[in-house]
Write a protein that binds this ligand. Structure first.
Ligand SMILES: [Zn+2]
Length: 458
């Protein structure tokens, strides 16, 4: 099986374990296939973990543009030679949880004015408000106590530096050479989508991205069943070492995806309408996204549905429940179901801590029993899926859950019966271009030729 030789070691799995894991992935994929109920149209070859061979195989089928990002240096003038700086002090460390660079350097007795100088000088390439726990820093001071060099490493893809050149500090940004290839991954769900994708050797991130694409159509915490089938065409990113060796460093963007269950089938293609204006579309050009999310959180179960008359658990009398109760642990993020503005944030009787968002077309969504909220100002704009609160049990509540209400023109509507208007489709004038891109991506997602090849391998 030529395909397995193409597999490269990943930094996640480590070179030594890769082979055995790949083998395990194959076994579990085959097992998964045999255990799962088999949709009639499903070719047996699709369960082979294609990603592991697709790096080579896909070249034969789709023209694969290989993008190599060069090392980029910004805000840096022509190199000039300066007298070497004598370094006196090094301060090195990692930002702890909740810590700013100022606090971290203060912990190492670095003067506040130096911290200020670092932040100001680096601002053209990096804003320290985006610093996060785990970021690594290294400061070198010269004999006069001035900054000689400062290095700030966020990941193997992101590094910033300050260099002293005479009286000036020069800010630089380094990006390593990343090599992107396309690959396919396909399989059958046995337990969950996450298990299936991880079983094929990919990360939970890819499973998460896949679930996000179809979040408007498929509720992956409830309606995923053994036997459901998934296909993913995505980018695999490789980092090139100085010796020219390449190492897999993780999945990039999903380019095309398909999810098929016994009851429904969903396909999506990534398409850019313009520079930086990419999104996922169905093959007919309609947007995958809708104006409202299926649910405002990741929940454990629906503890109470929308009804016009039920026995209230706390008040003990019959009362309509004009919303949906989602049971979830305290502190679970609650998202705005759509773009809108904050129109209320505070205590609202039995609903306890509540946030209300006003949307387009007379819609308003309410989120009750929250434990707390992020800083939200009245009138503030929020985007779809922005965190607007955290699950709690404030007000008349028997346990942590979210009480979610949707109103249209002041009247309660049943959120689960609402088929929210979809986001804008591909404009007609771009339809022809879209169709060409779509056909190429869908062909790459499930090429017939490859099924025959892998059939032989099985
Ligand atoms: Zn409720």
């Amino acid at each position: 099986m030529r395909s397995w030789k193409a597999a490269r070691p990943t930094n996640v799995l480590g070179a030594a374990s890769w082979g055995s894991l790949a083998l395990a992935a194959l076994c579990s994929a085959v097992a998964a296939y045999q255990l799962g109920s088999q949709p009639a149209h499903f070719a047996s070859a699709s369960v082979v973990p294609l990603a592991l061979e697709a790096e080579r195989a896909s070249e034969a089928i789709v023209p694969v543009p290989v993008e190599t990002l060069p090392i980029l240096v910004t805000a840096s003038p022509e190199p000039v030679s300066y007298a070497p700086v004598k370094v006196r002090v090094y301060s090195e460390g990692q930002l702890r949880r909740g810590e700013t660079l100022a606090l971290a350097l203060d912990r190492q007795d670095v003067a506040p004015q130096l911290v200020h100088e670092i932040a100001t000088s680096l601002r053209p390439v990096f804003d320290f408000r985006y610093a996060r726990a785990g970021d690594h820093y290294r400061l070198a001071q010269d004999e006069l106590g001035r900054i000689a060099e400062f290095d700030y490493v966020r990941s193997e893809f992101e590094r910033y530096a300050l260099r002293r050149e005479g009286e000036k500090l020069v800010a630089e940004r380094y990006e390593p050479a990343v090599h992107v290839e396309r690959a396919r991954l396909a399989g059958v769900v046995t337990k969950s989508l996450y298990d299936a994708i991880q079983g094929l050797g990919e990360s939970g991130d890819l499973a998460h991205d896949f679930a996000e694409i179809f979040a408007w159509d498929v509720d992956f915490s409830r309606s995923v069943h053994p036997g459901d089938e998934f296909h993913i065409l995505y980018e695999r990113r490789y980092l090139r070492s100085d010796e020219g060796r390449e190492r897999y460093v993780g999945a990039g963007r999903i380019l095309a995806a398909r999810y098929a269950s016994a009851s429904a089938e969903h396909s999506a293609i990534y398409y850019e309408l313009g520079e930086g204006r990419g999104g996922y579309y169905r093959p007919d050009g309609s947007a995958v996204e809708r104006k409202f999310l299926q649910a405002p959180l990741t929940y454990r179960r629906i503890s109470s549905t929308f009804s016009t008359g039920r026995l209230h658990p706390v008040l003990g009398r019959r009362r309509p429940h004009l919303g949906i109760d989602y049971a979830a642990p305290t502190g679970t993020q609650v998202w705005s179901v759509g773009d809108g503005r904050v129109v209320f944030r505070g205590w609202l009787g039995g609903l306890g801590k509540t946030v209300k968002i006003r949307h387009e077309n007379g819609f308003e969504s309410w989120y009750g029993h929250l434990s707390r909220y992020p800083s939200l100002a009245l009138g503030q704009k929020v985007r779809q899926k922005q965190v607007i609160g955290y699950v709690g049990s404030t007000g008349l509540s028997t346990g942590p859950h979210l009480h979610f209400v949707l109103k249209k023109s002041g009247r309660h509507v049943n959120p689960s019966q609402l088929h929210a208007a979809p986001a804008a489709p591909i404009p007609r004038r771009q339809m022809q271009q879209f169709a060409a891109a779509r056909d190429q991506l869908l062909q790459a997602l499930e090429p017939r030729a490859l099924r025959v090849v892998t059939n032989e391998a099985l």
